[in-house]
Design a protein around this ligand. Structure first.
Ligand SMILES: [Zn+2]
Length: 287
C-alpha cells in the first residue's frame, strides 16, 4: 500500500543524505532527549539536513503524536523521518529500496512527502518552508497511524488522503503555527466529472492525479473528508481503520464507523458539490 504525495516541485543538487548518517544519529539522539519532557518522541528518529528543517519536522511529529493521543493512538514502532532534496536520488531510492515502479517513484518524488512502512520522507524542495514541513510531516504521520491501525490493508483512497489533510490542518492550528483560511471552492475550478466513487483504490488515485493534477484531487478529497468529519467527528475515522483491520472490508467498516452507507455519502457529497457550489469553502494554510 502506498501513500501519495501532496504537491509537485522540481528537485536538484546534493548527495549528503547517505554521508551524514553518523551526524544524523547524533542529532536524532539529541532531539529524542531534548523533547522527552514535552512530547513522547522516543519512537521518532529525525534525520534532517539543516537545523531549520529539524525544528519544523520535530514540531510536526510532536504535534501529530499529541493530536492522535486524544484518540488513544500512540506510535508503536520506531518511525524515521528523512528529508530529501535531490529528486533523482530520492526517486532511485524509492525504486531500489521500496520497490516502487519508476512511474510511481517519479510521481512520489515530485510530491512534498511520502510514507512507507517505517519511514516518512519529506521533500524539502517541495516543502520548502517550515509551515509546509510541519503540514507535510503531520499529513504523512497521519498515514503512519492509519497503517498502524490497519497494517497493509488497502484503504479508501479519498478518505485516507482527505483525513490526512484534515488532520494536518487541525495539527497546524493546534501548534499555533498557522491560520487555516477558508477559500471559495469556485477558485479550485474542480472538474464536474470528479467523484468519490472514482477515488477508491490506489490505482484510481494515481489515474486521477495524472488526469486532473494533484492539487485538484487532494483538495476534492480533503473537502469530502472534512465534511464527513465535521458531521461525524474525527474519532469515527479512527473507528473506520479499526473496523477495517477487523473486517478487511471497506463498505462494512464505513457503515459501522460513520453510520451510513459509503455509496450514500459519496452520492450526497456529489449532490452537495453540484448544488451548493457558490457557498462551499475549502481550507488551506497560509501565514
Ligand atoms: Zn497522503
Amino acid at each position: 500500500m502506498y501513500y501519495f504525495p501532496i504537491v509537485e516541485a522540481k528537485g536538484a543538487v546534493s548527495l549528503k543524505y547517505m554521508a551524514v548518517l553518523v551526524a544524523v544519529l547524533a542529532a536524532g539522539f539529541f532531539f529524542i532527549n531534548y523533547h522527552k519532557t514535552v512530547v513522547p518522541m522516543e519512537k521518532v528518529t529525525i534525520d534532517a539536513m539543516t537545523a531549520e528543517e529539524k525544528k519544523s519536522i520535530e514540531v510536526g511529529a510532536g504535534e501529530t503524536i499529541k493530536y492522535f493521543k486524544k484518540y488513544n493512538q500512540a506510535p508503536k514502532n520506531q518511525v524515521t523521518i528523512v528529508t530529501m532534496n535531490d529528486k533523482q536520488v530520492y526517486e532511485d531510492l524509492l525504486v531500489s529500496r521500496y520497490k516502487l515502479n519508476r512511474d510511481t517513484a517519479e510521481l512520489v518524488s515530485a510530491g512534498r512527502g511520502f510514507y512507507t512502512g517505517d519511514t516518512i520522507f519529506i521533500n524539502t524542495k517541495a516543502a520548502a518552508n517550515d509551515l509546509l514541513r510541519i503540514a507535510t510531516t503531520a499529513h504523512e504521520f497521519t498515514h503512519y497511524f492509519q497503517n498502524q491501525m490497519a497494517p497493509g490493508i488497502a484503504g479508501l483512497a479519498w478518505l485516507q488522503e482527505g483525513m490526512a489533510d484534515t488532520a494536518a490542518c487541525d495539527i497546524l492550528e493546534q501548534a499555533g503555527q498557522a491560520q487555516i483560511q477558508p477559500l471559495p471552492v469556485k477558485q479550485l475550478k474542480l472538474p464536474a466529472e470528479l467523484s468519490l466513487a472514482n477515488l477508491k483504490t490506489d490505482e484510481d488515485w494515481i489515474d486521477a492525479v495524472n488526469e486532473y493534477g494533484a492539487n485538484t484531487v487532494y483538495a476534492y478529497s480533503a473537502l469530502a473528508a472534512r465534511r464527513l468529519i465535521s458531521q461525524k467527528g474525527f474519532l469515527c475515522c479512527i473507528n473506520f481503520y479499526q473496523e477495517l483491520n477487523r473486517t478487511h472490508n471497506i463498505e462494512t467498516s464505513f457503515k459501522t464507523a460513520f453510520g451510513m452507507e459509503l455509496s450514500e455519502y459519496q452520492e450526497k457529497f456529489s449532490e452537495y458539490m453540484k448544488n451548493d457550489k457558490d457557498s462551499i469553502y475549502y481550507y488551506n494554510y497560509y501565514r
